[in-house]
Design a protein around this ligand. Structure first.
Ligand code: COA
Length: 128
């Protein structure tokens, strides 16, 4: 693995792919992975917005390599763009393969969040 193949961004979630996350053929569901990415990037968006956020869009999803039962799954996220009330967060998912310990990038995507105020309406994101 050269330097360009290193995970980028902040580690926002780390978990284990379990048998319950598979389809009937024993492969990990893409939907399970997307849900981990949504959870992880929402943590970063909530930290930036310092409050409630909702997912408004998911773009550019690419499933590059399969995830297998027993793999350690790590989501890395970074802020790509900040708007008035929205934040575009890029997420890459890397796995550490069970038994071999190999590190492989499996998925990437872009999640857009909107900050909500107490009234449940979009509210400006306060920049630091
Ligand atoms: C998020 C939500 C409150 C936005 O409401 P809205 O009436 O579209 O609000 P606005 O038009 O003011 O848009 C708010 C921001 O979202 C952005 N936005 C809206 N739709 C978007 C889309 N499809 N893709 C990217 N950005 C989008 C706007 O550009 C704007 O960004 P900015 O303020 O940085 O310029 C509303 O769409 C909603 O409640 N959606 C459901 C969210 C949800 O339940 N998510 C979980 C899914 S299970």
């Amino acid at each position: 693995m050269d330097k360009t193949d290193q995970p980028r961004g902040e580690l926002v979630i780390q978990t284990l792919a379990m048998p319950k996350d598979t389809n009937r053929d024993g492969d990990i569901f893409g939907g399970w992975l997307v849900s981990q990415m949504d959870l992880g990037s929402a943590i970063l968006a909530g930290k930036i917005a310092k409050g409630r956020v909702v997912t408004v869009a998911i773009d550019g999803m690419a499933f590059l390599n399969p995830v297998r039962v027993g793999d350690t799954v790590a989501c890395y996220a970074w802020l790509e763009k900040i708007g008035r009330t929205s934040m575009k967060i890029c997420v890459d998912v890397w796995v550490t393969r069970y038994r071999t310990g190999d590190s492989v990038k499996v998925t990437s995507g872009v999640f857009t969040y909107v900050a909500l105020g107490p009234d449940g309406k979009p509210t400006p994101v306060k920049r630091d």
